[in-house]
Structure formats: C-alpha cells, structure tokens
Ligand binder design. Structure first.
Ligand code: OGA
Ligand code: MN
Length: 196
C-alpha cells in the first residue's frame, strides 16, 4: 500500500477531498470483506441512530445502515485495517499538518433494500471535533445497477462507486455528501480523525 502523495495532500487542501483506487491492498481488502460479512452474520452490527425518538421510520429515511465500532483493540483482520487507517492519520499529520490525534473506526452495512444516507456533513466547523473522514469500500462485485454511490457535493458533484478498496478522504467539516439508495449488500469502513 502506498503512502499519501503530494498530489493527494494538495487536493485535500484545495478542494477538500481526494479519491484513490487502492488503500488496504488486494489481500487485506478481500480478507476484510469476508470478515465484515461474518460480523454481519454473527449479529455484531446494530441499526445506526440518527436521532432518538419514537419515529423509527424517520430514522430509516435519513440513514438505513447498521454499524459496529472498531477500536485499536479489535482482533483479527480488522486489527490490520485499523492500523492502516491509523497510519493514514500519521501521514496526514506529517504532510498536511492536521494535528490529528484520534482515530474512530466504524464498519457499516447497507442492506439491499434501497438503504442510503441522506445528504449531511460529518462534523460542524470547530476545532476539536472530527476534521477528516476516510472511507474504504469492501464490495468486490459492485455493479452500477446496485446504486449505492457516494455523492460528494463539490463543484462539479462527484459520484464514487463503492468498489473493493476504493478510498475516499475528505474534510469532515466542509464536504457534504450522501449515500444513494443501495440495492446490493454494501459494506464500508469509515474512519474519523479528530484533533482531540
Ligand atoms: C457516513 C457516511 C458514506 C459511505 O457514515 O457518515 O457518510 O459512502 N458514509 O458509506
Ligand atoms: Mn458521512
């Protein structure tokens, strides 16, 4: 797996995002795929919450995925995934001076029933919350008809297929984005880096 390039750092600074085709490398990406499915089938994932309250249907309209959190103590394949994401944090600090101190990692599964995630930002402007989001996809046989693209509301808007080992990195406080309705099982691992 290659490190951050100067061009990527420049694009993150100038446009607020970059996309690359390989992040974990084929072997780890493929192993993580299998592990993600095993965790789903093992019942480790829980419906993601948006807001608390009685109207669950409203939540589902906003966000249809199920998630589990992964920390540095996670075992197995996802330990290597966690380390790879934390390595990216250190590279961002080295090359982009972002002062990122914390990595939060989440595995998400969107079921094939049109689940998506409405347009949102991951953080609000302010120094001590999430600054950078990095997402890698774990879907080896993704087809355009499966939907599930990530739209980044940049100029012009960018659509990213959630294909195996594609990685998107963007500034959490700046870039609005949305997951289009998904019609196949869609796995994503998201990292949020914060300065506190
Ligand atoms: C999120 C998110 C995008 C994706 O979890 O906040 O926006 O492509 N995920 O899975
Ligand atoms: Mn998001």
């Amino acid at each position: 797996m290659s490190g951050l390039s100067v061009a990527e750092v420049e694009q993150l600074g100038a446009r607020g995002f970059f996309v690359r085709a390989g992040f974990l490398g084929p072997a780890l990406a493929t192993a993580a795929c299998a592990d993600a499915r095993a965790r789903l089938e093992g019942g480790e994932l829980r419906r993601a919450g948006v807001r608390r309250g009685a109207d669950h249907r409203l939540d589902e309209a906003v966000r249809g995925d199920s998630i589990c959190w992964l920390d540095e103590h996670v075992t197995g394949v996802f330990h290597d995934v966690w380390r790879r994401f934390d390595e990216l944090r250190l590279q961002l600090n080295e090359l982009a001076w972002l002062g990122l101190r914390r990595t939060e990692l989440q595995l998400a599964h969107y079921p094939p029933n049109g689940a998506g995630y409405q347009r949102h930002r991951d953080a609000f402007p302010g120094d001590d919350n999430r600054r950078v989001t990095a997402i890698v996809y774990l879907n080896p046989a993704w087809e355009p008809t499966h939907g599930g693209r990530l739209t980044l509301f940049v100029e012009p808007p960018l659509e990213v297929e959630p294909s195996l080992d594609t990685c998107v990195v963007f500034r959490s406080q700046v870039i609005e984005h949305e997951v289009q309705p998904s019609f196949a099982d869609r796995f994503a691992v998201a990292a949020w880096y914060s300065a506190r």
